[in-house]
Ligand binder design. Sequence first.
Ligand code: AMP
Length: 242
Amino acid sequence: MMGLYSIRMRGAEGGPHEEGGRHISGAERIVEEHDLESVAASLIHRALQHSKGKSDFINIRIDAVHDEDIAYVDCIAIDEHQTESVKESHELAKELLQSVVTNKAVEQAFTELGQLPGNMRGAILLDANTGVRLDQDNMRGVRVSHMDACGTEIRPMNVHMREALVLATKVQSCPGIVGELCWSDDPDYTVGYVACNGVYHRIPNMKDMGNPIGGRVFFVDINRPIHEIVDYLENITVLVRW
Ligand code: AMP
């Protein structure tokens, strides 16, 4: 097998993130060497053409990855739901999550996402039983990284869905995590999802059109040190098999 590289992009407006710039776009891929240049070009395009604005700072980082450090995971199943309103979608999401999370924790997740003052960079970790927040409780959250898919795609899908499915599959493969709730921070994209029991439940109308705030919650159900969960999500390379 040819050598693989992790390529990660983050773009911000008003300067670098670490100097207070506003996050515009971030994305990453794991690709073979001969695809690096074209993938870099498409990531730059995204940083410049995002509906949230135009990045004036773009960082691209490339690291070789060694095959022995890669975990291969099968893509989770997809279930598409139809709904008519945000209210109906949230009720459906709560119902689906209640197979793995207490009512209290589900309600807490919606409260946390509903009162975010802006977009977090990562996800909130919640105890699936008590609803207590387990991460550092700031606007950074836990940022899942080092993942992509390999092989031929199972079906046509837009870039949002592809990335969400890869992320949700990595998160579902993490021992200790039983569920996920998400909607996008892209003002034009109102589809969200719930992932649990090995299924990605794609749900339309998870927020109102034009709303620029999104978020993610991961529900943790076993007594496992949080730093181990965070380390898996942030640092272990996962390739999803379609
Ligand atoms: P997106 O679906 O990319 O619009 O992201 C929606 C929300 O999920 C963002 O506002 C972040 O709070 C969170 N998020 C985005 N990317 C990640 C990631 N790689 N890991 C964890 N949370 C993320």
